[in-house]
Design a binder for this molecule. Structure first.
Ligand code: G4P
Length: 526
């Protein structure tokens, strides 16, 4: 029987991130094809959320319903057990993506060769950097006209603020694209457009092998040799430890749509990507190899069907062996709980699981017991941290329009905040409730769900704020003085922490220079 250590070392839990349209869905699908988890291209549709008009969010929710099935995609590849955590493509759900990144051990970033690094990729990379998450970059759509690969490498370094090291190299791009030289394994793959097949590989000894000239022609072969020489001169050999520390990102080139360069990526990924890593709890660091089970909830997915109001809480296993029907402690409430029907997704099928290991995600049917960030253990009082809340980008006052339903509204708001749909702040000056989100869609989602699930009607009132930032200081007097001066702009978040609501960048900068003893944080994890 496989030991706990065996199970841990064969697991790879990661997310694919990109700016919409770079090819994340396509790449995910091709990885699933290699893993035998699906048999036809076109089977993964969850990320298509972004394609819908933003006003039509009911359609989006329907798709989100479908996407429960693809929230986590587990499959076996050789000796490895791979878990891909899906992240929503729509930027209004960016907060979901940030949280998902707390549950993965590494990340693959997809970049479009023509567009280079785009805004959302930059933002997501910041989150990876905060956590030193190892990243591998896949430069996609080489079959289309795009930018010079050296230029792309420079841009990746500058924009993503990470050193890069190419492990494969394209021979031309666009209409003249001939293939990719695999620097990591010294092989040459010739490009044949294909949606499903694996590529034709030319066996070669090394870069001087005349078979390269035969395969791609003398001119391109000598250009390839020049390029490789330059690469060896400029970029140091890949040091896997540097990659694991999040300091250098290996780069692959290919075309996801044509299943080209994907297998090379996957083969290298399983070899170098980290197996589940130790996780930091407030009390101590927890190693995956520890026998007692522990884990945390990183995502809650509500069922939109009003007749079956239930949720699935997604638990990331951090240590030990999770077992069905065992007794686990829900740390926040102090209650013991048993889970009779935990589920996992394996090869696109949802199954009840009897056990799960570090790196795995289990779905637990929930009727409102869980909050994002909750920890489960066999008894030890651990609190996993590291589920950051980012300063929202849009703010509105939420107003009750039916005084008879005040209680329901209260409950609804609480539940939605527990699920992490948005953030609630209470202005200390006028007592009004403010909802902060990363996108307009969330306001619509909240309004709709409050009505349909809690019977509460609300209206939004505009509020022009630049940022909400969490403040703290070692100097109590300075803190009190700040709060007094800014009393109209002080709020508390739902954990009772002080939040300063800055209505402009100028006001924020002035506050920072006038009150040097106050620390201003733009995420709530500090
Ligand atoms: P996303 O999840 O990152 O948003 O991107 P997605 O995979 O949906 O890909 C966005 C578009 O780019 C899709 O075309 C997809 O077919 C195309 N694409 C992905 N990889 C490649 C590639 O290697 N080469 C080329 N030429 N195109 C690629 P679409 O027309 O928007 O969608 P669809 O109708 O084909 O699904």
């Amino acid at each position: 029987m496989a030991t706990l250590n065996d199970e841990i070392s064969r697991r790879r839990t990661f997310a694919i991130i990109s700016h919409p349209d770079a090819g994340k869905t396509t790449l995910t699908e091709k990885l699933l094809l290699f893993g035998g988890a699906i048999h036809v291209a076109g089977a993964v549709k969850s990320n298509k959320i972004k394609k819908t008009a933003t006003s039509d969010w009911m359609e989006i929710e329907k798709q989100r319903g479908i996407s429960v099935a693809t929230s986590v995609m587990g499959f076996n590849y050789g000796d490895y057990k791979i878990n891909i955590l899906d992240t929503p493509g729509h930027q209004d759900f960016a907060e979901d993506t940030y949280r998902t990144l707390t549950a993965v051990d590494s990340v693959i970033i997809v970049v479009d060769v023509a567009k280079g690094v785009e805004q959302q990729t930059r933002k997501l990379m910041e989150v990876c950097r905060m956590r030193n998450t190892p990243v591998i970059i896949f430069v996609n759509k080489l079959d289309r006209e795009g930018r010079d690969p050296f230029e792309i490498l420079d841009e990746l370094e500058a924009e993503l603020k990470i050193a890069v090291r190419p492990l494969s190299w394209p021979i031309n791009i666009g209409a003249k694209f001939k293939g990719v030289y695999n620097i990591y394994e010294h092989s040459l793959d010739l490009f044949t457009p294909s949606k499903t097949q694996v590529t034709e590989r030319v066996e070669i000894e090394n870069v001087d092998d005349p078979r390269i000239d035969e395969a791609v022609g003398e001119k391109d072969a000598s250009k390839l040799r020049e390029d490789l020489e330059l690469i060896e001169g400029v970029y140091p050999e890949l040091d896997v430890n540097e990659y694991l520390a999040g300091k250098v990102a290996p780069v692959f080139f290919g075309s996801a749509l044509n299943t080209f360069g994907v297998k090379e990526l996957l083969d290298c990924f399983v070899k170098i990507a980290p197996s589940p890593r130790p996780v930091q709890a407030e009390e101590r660091q927890v190693n995956p190899e520890e026998e007692p089970f522990s884990g945390f909830v990183f995502k809650i997915h509500a069922n939109m069907d009003p007749n079956h109001r239930s949720c699935i809480a997604f638990v990331k296993v951090c240590s030990g062996r999770f077992e069905r029907n065992a007794n686990y402690k829900h740390i926040r409430s102090g209650k013991m709980m048993r889970f009779a029907a935990p589920t996992a997704f394996m090869a696109q099928k949802k199954n009840i699981v009897d056990e799960a290991f570090p790196g795995d995600i289990v779905g637990i049917p929930d009727t409102g017991n869980f909050k994002i960030g909750d920890t489960l253990t066999e008894g030890e009082n651990l609190h996993y941290k590291g589920l950051p809340s980012f300063s929202p980008e849009m703010f509105k006052y939420i107003e009750n329009t039916d005084p008879m339903k005040a209680k329901q509204l209260e409950k609804g708001i609480q539940q939605l905040m527990d699920e992490g749909v948005a953030q609630l702040f209470v202005n200390q000056f006028n007592g009004r409730k403010i909802i902060g989100t990363v996108g307009q869609l969330q306001f619509e989602v909240i309004q709709y769900r409050l009505l349909h699930e809690y019977g509460a009607t609300v209206r939004w009132e505009p509020l022009s704020l630049y940022k909400a930032c969490w403040i703290e200081s070692d100097d109590e007097e300075a803190l009190a003085a700040f709060k007094k001066r800014k009393h109209q702009f002080m709020a508390v978040d739902r954990d009772g922490r002080d939040v300063f609501l800055a209505d402009s960048n100028y006001v924020l900068q002035m506050a920072q220079s006038d009150f040097p003893k106050i620390k201003f944080h733009f995420t709530s994890e500090f």
